[in-house]
Design a protein around this ligand. Structure first.
Ligand SMILES: [Fe+2]
Length: 242
């Protein structure tokens, strides 16, 4: 597939990364290691998103590997190539996106934790925004390696358009996501043990969807990385290129 081929053969250096395990199907809202520390994020990623797009410098590479898969149901991850979507957008929509900047935030996808008990919703949102304030990225980025134009937006984390009213932002974003999240653009990968998938979050939005058998235990190892390139070509001056 193209999105895998984009990565093959390119030297990649880990600037920073983190690994986490995602678990589903547990009674407890959080799985706990024996020392009481959280080791995973249950029921995560079931919506369209690009990993860490809500960060100023998103971790653009994701590696995912299953550790435990459901016994009785296939487990899949779905992908949308946002360069393909951008190329297919109606011209009137593309015209609206010229020079536009999208706001990204994880505030609507925050997982409430035991330490949040007693906080009201307003306090939780204030806390989220203080730790991870919304960021702006170009609506359409130029991939710093391939030069392709990519619609950098996802329903999970893209929350508005800079300088637009809430209603106008919501209308255009809904139009874009309704256009993108269709069978025309969606590719599905069904997981097998020993699979490792590496992808470029600049190109790809992804979702684990609502897999059948979600009550069965699933555990995935995930590593997110930065590579030698900025999010988009226009930002290359912000980071050194090896
Ligand atoms: Fe993800």
């Amino acid at each position: 597939m193209r999105f895998l081929g984009v990565l093959l053969g390119r030297r990649s250096r880990t600037v920073c990364g983190r690994a986490e395990m995602s678990q589903a199907g547990r009674n407890s809202p959080f799985s706990q290691a024996q020392d009481g520390k959280q080791i995973g994020v249950p029921r995560t990623g079931g919506y369209w998103h690009s990993d860490t797009s809500f960060e100023t410098e998103p971790k653009v590479i994701t590696m995912l590997m299953p550790k435990v898969l459901p016994q009785n149901f296939p487990r899949s991850t779905r992908f949308i190539d946002m360069a393909e979507v951008n190329a297919a957008l109606p011209q009137a929509t593309r015209d609206k996106l010229v020079g536009a900047r999208f706001m990204h935030s994880g505030r609507w996808r925050y997982k409430v934790r035991p330490q949040n008990i007693g906080m009201d919703i307003f306090e939780i949102l204030q806390m989220i925004d203080s730790v991870a304030p919304p960021v702006l990225h170009p609506a359409v980025i130029e991939h710093p390696y391939t030069g392709e134009k990519v619609l950098y937006a996802n329903r999970g984390f893209t929350t508005g358009i800079a300088g637009w009213s809430l209603d106008a932002s919501a209308d255009l974003l809904s139009e874009i996501f309704d256009f993108a999240e269709t069978d025309r653009f969606i590719r599905e990968v069904r997981w097998s043990m020993a699979d490792i998938i590496i992808w470029d979050n600049r190109f790809l939005a992804h979702s684990s969807g609502r897999n059948a058998g979600a009550e069965e235990e699933t555990m995935m190892y995930r590593i997110t990385l930065k590579d030698d390139y900025a999010l988009c070509a226009s930002q290359m001056g912000r980071r050194a290129v090896a």
